[in-house]
Design a protein around this ligand. Sequence first.
Ligand SMILES: Nc1nc2c(ncn2[C@@H]2O[C@H](COP(=O)(O)OP(=O)(O)OP(=O)(O)O)[C@@H](O)[C@H]2O)c(=O)[nH]1
Ligand SMILES: [Mg+2]
Length: 1304
Amino acid sequence: MKRTTAVALGSLLAGAAQAQAGSGVVQWGIQKRQQPQDFTRLRKRASTFEEVVTNEDTRGGYFATCKMGTPGQDLTLQLDTGSSDIWVPDSSAKVCRDINTGGCTLGTFNPSKSTTFEVVGKGEFDISYVDGSSSTGDYFTDVFEIGGANLQNMTMGLGLKTDIAYGLVGVGYALNEAIVGNTQSAAEAYPNLPVNMVKEGLINSVAYSLWLNDLDANSGSILFGGIDTEKYVGDLTRINIYPTQNVFTSFLVALTSLEATSPSGSDTLTSQKFPIPVVLDSGTTLSYLPTDLAQQVWKEAGAVYSPEFQLAVIPCNMQNSAGFFSFGFAGPSGPRINVTMDELVLDITNGQPPVFNAGLYKGQNACEFGIQNFSTSPYLLGDTFLRSAYVAYDLVNNQIGIAATNFNSTKSNVVPFPSSGAPIPSATAAPDQNQATNIPSVASPTYAASAGFTDSVGSGSKSAASSMPARFGYTQLGQVPNISLLSRPLPFFSLPPPLLRVAKMRVIRAVAALNSGRAIASRQGARYLGLGCRVAINNATPTPRWTGCEIAGRRHFSGSFPRLAAVSAAEAALKQAKDLAAANMTPEAAAARMTPEEVKRLSRVRNIGIAAHIDSGKTTVTERILYYTGRVKAIHEVRGRDGVGAKMDSMELERERGITIQSAATFADWPKREDGVEEMYHINLIDTPGHIDFTIEVERAMRVLDGAVMVLCAVSGVQSQTITVDRQMKRYNVPRISFINKMDRMGSNPFRVVDMINTKLKFPAAAVQIPIGSEKEFEGVVDLIEMKAIRNEGQRGMNIKITKEIPEELQELAQQKRQELIEKLADVDDEIAELFLDEKLPTNEQIKAAIRRATIALKFTPVFMGSALADKSVQPMLDGVCDYLPNPANVENVALDRANNESSVTLAPYNSLPFVGLAFKLEENPYGQLTYIRVYQGSLKKGTYLFNSRTDKKVRIPRIVRMHSNEMEDVTEIGAGEICAVFGVDCASGDTFTDGKLPYSMSSMYVPDAVMSLSIKPKKSSDADAFSKAMNRFMREDPTFRLHVDEESEETIISGMGELHLEVYVERLRREYKVDCETGQPRVAYRETITHKTEFDYLLKRQSGGPGDYARVMGWIEPNPENSEENHFESKVVGGTIPDKYLSACGKGFEEACDKGPLLGHKVIGTSLVVTDGATHVTDSSDYAFNLATQLAFKKAFSEAGGQVLEPLMKTTITAPAEFQGNILMLMNKRGTIIDTEVGADEFTMVADCSLNAMFGFSSHLRAATQGKGEFSMEFSHYAAAAPHLQKELVAKYEKEWEAKRTK
Ligand SMILES: Nc1nc2c(ncn2[C@@H]2O[C@H](COP(=O)(O)OP(=O)(O)OP(=O)(O)O)[C@@H](O)[C@H]2O)c(=O)[nH]1
Ligand SMILES: [Mg+2]
């Protein structure tokens, strides 16, 4: 597989025996390559210790060189018998473009350079790699030259987005490799390399042989159509390849025995799984065996399993051990291949190896052991095995010829396959192949010492051992010798159909799961290794039992290493890994090891929200952004005549009403010109609704975004919701740039708007542009920093024209506004202040840097201007997003460390840190439950597991998408600092996810209280199911939408942020769920409270036969002096007249009483209850009695304490043409208290506190009073006492209803 990397730049062709070796045979040189130390690209993933370990990049692999295309382009491809296609990185592949990383050093294919290139794929394919990365690409045909032979029509895969710098030449069975991730494409089989060679007459048979050299040597060869009898020793023995469900897909053979030999003797190793289905796979470095067998191998060699590395490790100098393992195939007399220890001990890293810091291996360097464990078949024999075997693959007869390799052969004797279908030349069939299913014969119990096999720990003699035949592993040999498996089919691959496809695809995938660091080796296995062993006392009593027995009597491969204590060595490795991991996990360490690539990626990411007052043009601006960045092909207007509607307003209701209801996310790449070079910025963008009823959408966008564009209307300037979003931006410390939109409108005045930002929002702001022309004649802007004119040209203003000439009449104004900008900056930025005091002019760069600093520090907002509708001057604002808004690394995000008293920890947006993300929004779409996640730290890969830190549940992430309004784009990985959505995750909005390594959670967001409610019920009772399904969904998606069933009336009540909010949900029920509903009158969420202090003394005494109820409570109630919206309970009881347990019952009673106020049954707020004294009864007092007594006492005292009804007051802002001022005044007089009026040139704005009750249906009154030209918005302000007459009315109504219910 494509793990084993390689590079060795200089020696690309050196020693590669590229020769055509006689007729019917093509010989191709293979080279072993090792990664050079300073190859920065490959350090990218070498960040955490675990990653270093699972990253086989460090170990090198076998590569072959070739030419591809006409004219030929040089390539080096990794050799892989585990797959069948040829795959090559395109010259535009991610990694190949970056000169910092050396580009694609092994050569890349440039399709445009090739005159013969032809695409044959049916769409994109997706190859997953062992490390979880993947590549996208297409299939193509072109000329392919290997070993001097030309193949005219090779079909190959072209990787486009890979970050692996080398391609792959697969020589396995020609199974359909074109298995693609994309739905438009079909799986299709293309002839593979050997098949093509036969077709083109280069070789006789679909067969080849493979000779890899040992670790130290560099070369090897692949001989198509023949064998080289000088490259092996002993007999070449033919054994069968086994099919998978009747299809030959991979080099699957039967491993039937395994023996360990050291200078002191031999051991036969057993497994529960013999015969073991193993695949010979040159694309895998390590070999993977069933866990029980692997554990035995480890013990023999002295390797220990490190759970932290998820690998077996071994001291590096065990490489010098004289031992070997002997792999037997195809039955008792089948071929055997010896693999020596020097082939099995491999470096873990390409740098300084880790060191065992305790136990018997203390102080020694730790290496990786070449045999690892795995839990499900197929098992693999990778390069650590294949280097020791000469293998001939015959894909016609489905046989493999295998013999011990002659590592150092310099001679050659090539024997071609005489014809297609001929058996492997010079090979004999394994004699007892049909017995391949036999379990290996075992002469003596494993782990019983053989004669002459002693070690320093003792229990060395055979006789000593036979008295205690302790055996590891799960098979009790004594119990099975008579069971013959001969009649059974080979137990290879009995996979159910869906899995079969996976198995067919290619074996690599199986390893991908295994090697991504999760699937291999159970930790139990590791513990087992250290903690106990099974002991069968003797063969007469074969029942095993667990004892804490010493792991003794195992043999080692070199006399110089005493038997090890597995436990302490494993612990030592574990501890070291932990320490190293901890050191690696600090943001500083992560920052230091960032690759230039990642630094650049991060610096180019912007997560921004667009927020503003309703109708100021957010969606229209966003539509332009999408158009200019190429995300949409045409512009569609909000309420446009074409009836299509803007991209971001995808809901039918939004398009009809021309307002945004749900925030929508998208992303775009903006190529910004910097010093004449285009720099690509990646912008994640959320368009939020302006209407206050949907304010939660703004709230959560601000919670997770790094920056915002505050849009303002050039005529109205700062409006009521501008103030609200300003508050939200301040709440979450979101830096912003401002964009004055609608410069084309009559009465536009950008400088007034700048003033309003300064005065009304009290936020330092200055224009960075001035308009060229105004209103209808608005044509562009002058950039005050560069002092250049910017105008739009071309289709929908697509092109930007920059000229040095500023129109005459604007020159003075430009100078003046530039000066104002500098002065404003001097107020907020020290560097500019100093220059200013020294009367020096800052340079353009200094101004820009100061704007960026001050903006990110939340001290300033640069103001841009334009007209989205007129397609003017949106692009410069987009440049401003890149220039002045922070990248994810510029903002501080914190999480709470649950393991450390919820202390806050800073999160850093680096890929190499453990994952932390926040689910900020849930949405159901036709494909399932979507969860929007902001990735704060670490990267998120498809298929990985995350932990929900609230529920501690583990969830798999099966699919990651980037949202483009209501469309999705699948991605396999999302980097730190970005925004994405995932499928199939059950969670609540605001949940924190981690990779399980960190006990972090993030603070939740602010959710405002509901102010209004409605009773609702489906008209048809048959709709009940759909109704409740819809309601559940809405509640999950929108935390400001709530539902409860009123206990008394049994009505379903929905509550939310306002009339429109509830109306939208009723409408969505109808449209999306086809449920028509009846709704009651909107109800105000009243509150109740008291006005003065009153004492109480309440005795509850009930006797009704049996035990009675007795409780006496005394004390007072009073308005809560601390907080007028919260209740407070306190005990001042002395001398224990009320015991503590009853006091907590009193507290509960008070809480319950406050849930349902005495006047209207609404919540009681701002009330304090103090208990001072009381009395109990020996038998009749109880929690219940005290709870009830407190409730009754409270009720009784409530009216004496001046109980009153509070109603929500709404801050209402009305804007209308000035001529309607009088009408509006009249309207408002009845409804509330006017706080502020402002009369502009043509517009008039009034702000009033109104009772919500008085505002129902206000929109139609306003429409009537202003000829439809007035607008209003409402937002909860505070609670205030309801007018006495209203209070009386409400109480009377409530009592009447109550009475009616009682008498019913
Ligand atoms: N004259 C003028 N009208 C504009 C401009 N930009 C937007 N509009 C109009 O203003 C109205 C509202 O625009 P939207 O883009 O829906 O505003 P919004 O801020 O997204 O509105 P909500 O999401 O509902 O808060 C539409 O009718 C637009 O055509 C502009 O630059 N000039
Ligand atoms: Mg909108």
